[in-house]
Structure formats: structure tokens, C-alpha cells
Design a binder for this molecule. Structure first.
Ligand SMILES: NC(=O)c1ccc[n+]([C@@H]2O[C@H](COP(=O)([O-])OP(=O)(O)OC[C@H]3O[C@@H](n4cnc5c(N)ncnc54)[C@H](OP(=O)(O)O)[C@@H]3O)[C@@H](O)[C@H]2O)c1
Length: 330
């Protein structure tokens, strides 16, 4: 009888199998968590941004790429817009497009953000402050950013190019945020979205774009601390850190990374739809595009030295491409 019972009992799985199953579950859990969070957000009714935050949004860099799509998406939801960029003609074009498509109000401010902390930059900042005075600015999107001079060793580019990048990508973000926050604090509501990058958050290094990634790390840390600082004042601060989005900024890479871009780079419109949905939701650091979220989980499973090797290889390819292009007479 006893031997009959013993035969019928299922054999306990071996320890190695249990260990592998636990490790597998630990790897899969973050994927599932992100998938469920994303799906639940898609099912939730989108926020009424005007009612939640206020009637106006300030968007920097709205004349092309992600900023343009972001501005159009906000306008489609009834937000009036203050558009900040360096080229007056491009600003007029996007402003007209927004007004004719969505019937909202717009204001434009010509501001070369790389001029912050100069007399010319101070004048532009004064124009921005004047433009938003008396407006119920509920949303700020610090989108403008530069990746030029592209893939290079640190010693290869002029110091001026790095300074320009640092000024646009981090210094201007800081000054514009400081200019917009007082009104939000006064009204006790608002949302700030700062464009970071997965290059500084999801992977351990981004060689040959070192300054770019470092400026984006600043943006992430800046946003994280502001999130804590201003949460109790009714202001949602978020850093959105996408992988590739198919804009002019990455178009030069399409020759070396065509397949990657095709698979993982959403159009700016698709990105902006997800980005606006994520405003005020979820963690202060996020990747609103589902494909990017899954990539983020995958990246976490790859050892750092493998990332370092792969990125250096890929970015050396970009450098070759940029050098060939810039040495080709136009
Ligand atoms: N595309 C990606 O794969 C990707 C990935 C991660 C993060 N991001 C971040 O997302 C943001 C938008 O990128 P994007 O791909 O849309 O870039 P983009 O197509 O090059 O657009 C950048 C925008 O910023 C404006 N801008 C540049 N320099 C400026 C300055 N000195 N003063 C005022 N405005 C300035 C540009 O104006 P002009 O057109 O007149 O130059 C343009 O409207 C950036 O912060 C970028 O770092 C992009």
C-alpha cells in the first residue's frame, strides 16, 4: 500500500528547475507590470488637461519633430499655446497651422535658447515672461534639445558646440521652468514635462554622445527632485525618456540603423499621443511609448559591459557616417 502511494505522488521538481523558474519570473515580472500599467492607462479616460491644469501650455522647440507633434496634440485637446523657438518664420508656420486646425489661441516667442545667461538671452527671457503674464499657464513642455555635433570623441568638437548643447539642453530648461513655475504655484496646479532620453537612463553609457547623455541625466535628476519639491503644491513634474523617435534628430542614423529605427522608433505623432496621455500619470521618470517600455526592460536584463561594447560599436558607425558627410563637399 505504502509503495503504491509513493508511486502515485508527483515527483517534486528538481531544485535547478525551481531556481530557473524563479529567475524567469523575476525577469518577466517587470515586462508584465509595464504592460498592465500601459494597458490600464489606455483604457482610462484621458485627462481634461484644461480643467486639470489650466488653459495654456508653453512648448519649447515646437517647429519640428516631437515638439511640433506635442503642440498639435495639446491643441487638439483644446489647450492654447505659447510657442517658443529660435526661428520666427517657422514659428509663424506652426502657429498658423495650430490655429487653423484646432481653433485655439497661440502666442509666439522668438528665443534662441542657447543664448541663456547672455544679455540677448535675458531680453528673450523677459519677452517670454511678458508673454505668459496673466495667462493661466497649466502645462510646460521643455522639449527643445540639440544632439549636434553628433557622434564624436570629446576632444574632436569645438568647445562652443558643447557649450551650446549644454545651454539648450539643461540651462534653458532650468531657466524656463523657473520662469513658469511661480504662476503654477500661485494657482496650485500645473504639469511640467521635461524631455530626457533613454540614452542616459535605460542604458549605462552612451559613448561619443557623452555630453548629450550627460545633459539628459541632468534633466532626469532635475525633474525627479522637482517632482518631490512641487507635488504638495499640486504640480506634476515628469521626465519623459524615450528611445529613438523618427525625427530629424535621428534621420542621419537611418543609414546605419535602418532596422532598429523601423522596429522601435515611433513617429513623432504617435509618440506625442502617448506622451500627452502619460502627463500627470505614473512615475516621474517614464517612457510613454509601449515599445520603448519593453525595450527598457530588455536593456535592464543585459549586463553593462555588453551594453558598453554594443553602444561604442554602433556610435563609432555614426561617427564614421557624420565624418564622411561633413567632409563631402556640398
Ligand atoms: N528623436 C529622438 O529619437 C529623441 C530621443 C530621446 C530624446 N529626444 C529629445 O526630444 C526632444 C525633441 O527632439 P526631436 O527629435 O524632436 O528634435 P528636433 O526634430 O531636432 O527638434 C528640436 C526642436 O528644438 C528646437 N531648437 C533647437 N535648438 C534650439 C534653440 N537654440 N533655441 C530654441 N529652439 C531650439 C528646434 O528648432 P529648429 O527646428 O528651428 O532648429 C526644433 O523645433 C529633444 O530634447 C531631444 O533631446 C529625442
Amino acid at each position: 500500500m505504502a509503495s503504491f502511494l509513493r508511486q502515485d505522488q508527483p515527483a517534486a521538481p528538481p531544485a535547478w528547475f525551481v531556481s530557473l523558474a524563479v529567475i524567469g519570473a523575476l525577469y518577466v515580472a517587470p515586462f508584465l507590470f509595464r504592460l498592465v500599467t500601459h494597458l490600464s492607462l489606455c483604457l482610462r479616460r484621458p485627462k481634461d488637461l484644461r480643467r486639470r491644469y489650466g488653459a495654456w501650455a508653453v512648448v519649447t522647440g515646437p517647429t519640428s519633430g516631437i515638439g511640433r507633434s506635442f503642440a498639435l496634440e495639446l491643441a487638439s485637446q483644446g489647450m492654447n499655446l505659447v510657442l517658443v523657438d529660435l526661428n520666427a518664420a517657422n514659428l509663424r508656420e506652426i502657429s498658423d497651422t495650430i490655429r487653423s486646425r484646432h481653433g485655439v489661441q497661440t502666442k509666439t516667442v522668438v528665443f534662441d535658447l542657447s543664448s541663456v545667461a547672455t544679455p540677448q538671452g535675458d531680453k528673450a527671457m523677459a519677452r517670454l515672461k511678458e508673454a505668459i503674464e496673466g495667462l493661466e499657464v497649466g502645462v510646460l513642455v521643455n522639449n527643445a534639445g540639440v544632439a549636434k555635433p553628433g557622434a564624436m570623441y570629446l576632444h574632436e568638437a569645438d568647445a562652443d558646440a558643447w557649450v551650446r548643447m549644454i545651454k539648450v539642453n539643461l540651462w534653458a530648461v532650468t531657466e524656463v521652468t523657473a520662469a513658469v513655475l511661480p504662476g503654477m504655484v500661485e494657482r496650485g496646479r500645473g504639469a511640467v514635462v521635461n524631455m530626457g532620453s533613454a540614452s542616459s537612463e535605460a542604458i549605462p553609457s552612451f559613448p561619443l554622445y557623452t555630453i548629450y547623455a550627460a545633459t539628459k541625466r541632468y534633466v532626469a535628476q532635475f525633474s525627479r527632485s522637482l517632482y518631490v519639491e512641487y507635488r504638495s503644491k499640486g504640480i506634476d513634474v515628469q521626465c519623459q525618456a524615450p528611445f529613438f523617435v523618427a525625427t530629424g534628430m535621428v534621420s542621419r542614423l537611418s543609414e546605419t540603423s535602418r532596422l532598429t529605427l523601423l522596429l522601435v522608433a515611433p513617429t513623432p505623432d504617435a509618440y506625442a499621443r502617448a506622451a500627452v496621455r502619460w502627463m500627470g500619470h505614473g512615475p516621474p521618470l517614464c517612457a510613454p511609448n509601449l515599445c520603448h517600455q519593453l525595450l527598457w526592460c530588455l536593456a535592464a536584463a543585459v549586463p553593462d559591459p555588453v551594453h558598453d561594447w554594443l553602444r561604442l560599436r554602433a556610435n563609432l558607425h555614426h561617427r564614421e557616417l557624420f565624418h564622411t558627410r561633413s567632409s563631402t563637399p556640398s
